[in-house]
Design a protein around this ligand. Structure first.
Ligand code: MRU
Length: 348
């Protein structure tokens, strides 16, 4: 399963809007096509849209004017703006764009910058793959022995381009024999759980049960799951977590039923410049996604609908935050800055 790949002068993506029924790849030739793919959720998941934006900027570098550095950088900055504007919540996107722009600005000629930007985008993709593995192994050890686990949305290989974050933990724990079962929510409105997580889990032969989002209360009240594991799109300095709409409900229920609520994310998802959850921009998507299921109308045409794509889980509901650099525990205002000051994990 390769959700994204750099193929010379193009970016190849698996169009996730068609899964699980069709496995169709698209070849994107410029940063505008990459921006469209991110906006339409053909590529999605916080780490993967960071990688996609990096490759989008690499394509922009290949198409930028090379007569002088000023013109080259102006083109690159316009492309960066267009990519940044696609989806506001996941900080991985702006983090990746900033990292590549910094590399380009440090170059002396456009030709040097083209090579450097392409290499950096590839390095970022490689780093994500390695980080996922480290994160998964550490997170798996936090799960109660023999537990059934509940997860939300899709946080697997399709969301990171590597092994996955929360679903990476689930996969590692399954391989270690630590967990017995996985419950997954369908994740309305776009069904990332039903379409993507169920697809990944069945391909890995991990026993799983799909439930509608509204079933999670009953599931936890009956004691069917002993841990909740989710990903994140942005984590504020306070430890407040932005993730797929419905995550907050899960966290409140986990607290109510005394079940650990574990968040898994690479450090590129932690935004220390953002003091708390209230400062995280929440993407509002088209109400049409709520009025329809896979394009079929399910509500009276034009009925008012609200479609926030993410919600904020307050830090006090989060048991632990697992990253590639280690596990953070409350108080997050202290543990997250300490974790971020550790050196990057080197995979050389
Ligand atoms: O709208 P999506 O599908 O991009 O939302 C994805 C999520 O909310 C994931 O939980 C999050 O990005 C973490 S992915 C490792």
């Amino acid at each position: 399963m390769e959700p994204i790949a750099w193929v010379g002068d193009r970016v190849r993506i698996l169009d996730q809007t068609l899964l699980p029924h069709q496995e169709r790849h698209l070849e994107l030739r410029d940063h505008r096509q990459v921006a469209e793919a991110i906006r339409a959720l053909r590529v999605r998941g916080a780490p993967l849209i960071g990688i996609a934006a990096a490759y989008g900027l690499a394509l922009a570098a290949l198409h930028a004017p090379t007569k002088d550095m000023d013109a080259f950088l102006a083109f690159l900055e316009d492309a960066a703006e267009e990519l940044r504007a696609t989806r506001p919540t996941a900080v991985n996107l702006s983090w990746a764009v900033k990292r590549l722009l910094g590399k380009a600005r440090a170059c002396t000629t456009p030709h040097e910058a083209q090579l450097v930007v392409v290499a950096e985008a590839q390095a970022l993709h490689h780093q994500q793959t390695e980080d996922d593995l480290g994160l998964a192994r550490q997170g798996a050890l936090l799960l109660p022995e023999g537990a059934a686990v509940l997860t939300h949305c899709n946080t697997g290989a399709l969301a990171t381009g590597g092994y996955g974050t929360a679903l990476g933990i689930v996969k590692a724990a399954w391989e270690m024999g630590r967990i017995s079962h996985v419950y997954l929510t369908e994740t309305r409105p776009l069904l990332q759980g039903a379409r993507l997580t169920a697809w990944e889990l069945t391909r890995h032969g991990i026993p799983c049960t799909l439930v509608v989002d509204g079933a999670v209360g009953l599931l936890l009240a009956r004691g069917l799951a002993q841990a909740v594991v989710v990903g994140a799109d942005r984590i504020a300095r306070s430890g407040d977590v932005a993730n797929k709409i419905g995550t907050y409900v899960l966290a409140v229920l986990a607290k109510e039923h005394g079940v650990p609520f574990i968040v898994a994310a690479p450090t590129s998802t932690i935004d220390l410049s953002c003091p708390q959850g209230a400062a995280i921009p929440i993407e509002e998507r088209s109400p049409e996604e709520v009025r329809t299921v896979m394009g079929l109308p399910v509500a009276p045409p034009g009925v008012e609908a609200l479609n926030p794509a993410f919600d904020i889980t307050p830090a006090h509901l989060v048991t632990a935050i697992v990253t590639e650099r280690g596990v953070a525990y409350p108080p997050y205002g202290e543990s997250l800055p300490a974790l971020m000051s550790l050196p990057e994990v080197s995979h050389g």
